[in-house]
Design a protein around this ligand. Sequence first.
Ligand code: AMO
Length: 447
Amino acid sequence: MQERVLIKDLAAHEDGPVRVSGWVEKVRDQKFVQFVVLRDETGAVQLVNGGVLREADPENPRSDILLERTGTITELTHGTFITVTGELQHNERVKLGGVEIQIDKIEVVTRALPDNPVADDSGIDVRLDWRFLDLRRPEQNLVFRVQTTFLHALRQVWVERGFIEIQTPKLMASASESRAELFEVEYFEGKAFLAQSPQFFKQMAQAAGFGGIFEVGPAFRADPSFTSRHATEFTSIDAELSWIDSHEDVMELHEELMVAGITAVKEKHGAEIEKLFGIEIEVPSRPFPRIPLAEAKEIVKERGYEVPRADADMDPEGERQIAAYAKEKFGHDFVFLTDYAASIRPFYHMLNEEDPSLTKSYDLIYRGTEISTGAQREHRVEVLEEQAKAKGMDPAELAFYLDFFRYGMPAHGGFGMGLNRVLMLMLHQPSIRETTYLFRGPNRLLP
Ligand code: AMO
């Protein structure tokens, strides 16, 4: 059998016999001619049946073939998967890619039910119920090609820098962030917790002498909120590296990764993103602006918005305001908020030597939403233990983690970043539901 040609390659293919496979997007069944728009994972093409025959014609030796082909096309339902062989013809007048295929043979692989559960104006919940159909839309397909390119570019940076990729367990004996938002699962006679972050295990890699490491994997949060940026399961991009002087080194790595990732997306998909989403991907310049949190709150206040609690993290409106400021003042989509108060950071963040009420940490804001948290970690076990106690934690429960530090540990730091949020913001999407392959939330476990 002839080799299958991907639709994106048809334009460069010479006229003549071709075979294509995909699903039916549209059928126009006219009296004397039938058109089928066929889509595959790379694009769409128009198929034409010029030999329409509605009734048997004894004069025509090909009557049976033409009759059957016409009937097959008439019965095609939206979404049916077909394989077609025919004659490729370049034709400038065809709007869809400047080519069309005159159908010779059409084979129905699997027929789709005639009803279409997802309409063009279906809401996000219906679309998620039928996510496999929703994902057939070119915009959705593009999101995941962008994701592939973005992650590949990040991996390239890590690999060039000699980082090791790790996979840490998602079943844990204790909480990895805070006790809140923790999923508990039955585990034989006892119980286990789903990892909220690879935090402890990526730090373990520092004790193991791995130097730089990274992980792209699932993270779980029993977060009951229904916002556009929270999921109960999301993909976390994590990195951790040894021998840093401060969180500044982590921020530099972070910037390098973002620039590499966004550059690759722009180069590979920029034109398509512009066409399908109507936006231009902006590659950020380095360095990204850095603003200490306390100063950021003052700036936001001057703009007329007061973050509700003085001792708290930025709230979403505060994040939007400081992002608007960074855009106006520096023309930048990103802003690092630094020097978070120790009172609102986890016990493992290193305190600022000059002002121990502050941590050597940061959040990265992208187009008004937090995408990441990073920090230098406390690597001196006595200090770490004290900090854990000060947060009301039981060192006995953290014994396995504290042991990582008792046999030698370099200075180190790292960050965790939500992949789905990054994609949502990069592609100007209203929710991470659009940029998560299968979204998980408080009331969504299917499909
Ligand atoms: P943090 O808890 O801030 O830090 O999480 C890091 C990033 O993960 C993403 N994220 C989420 N995405 C979707 N739904 C959620 N419920 C959700 N929760 C978090 C966000 C967030 O910025 N261990 C530290 C990181 C570190 O210091 O290395 C941590 O987990 O984009």
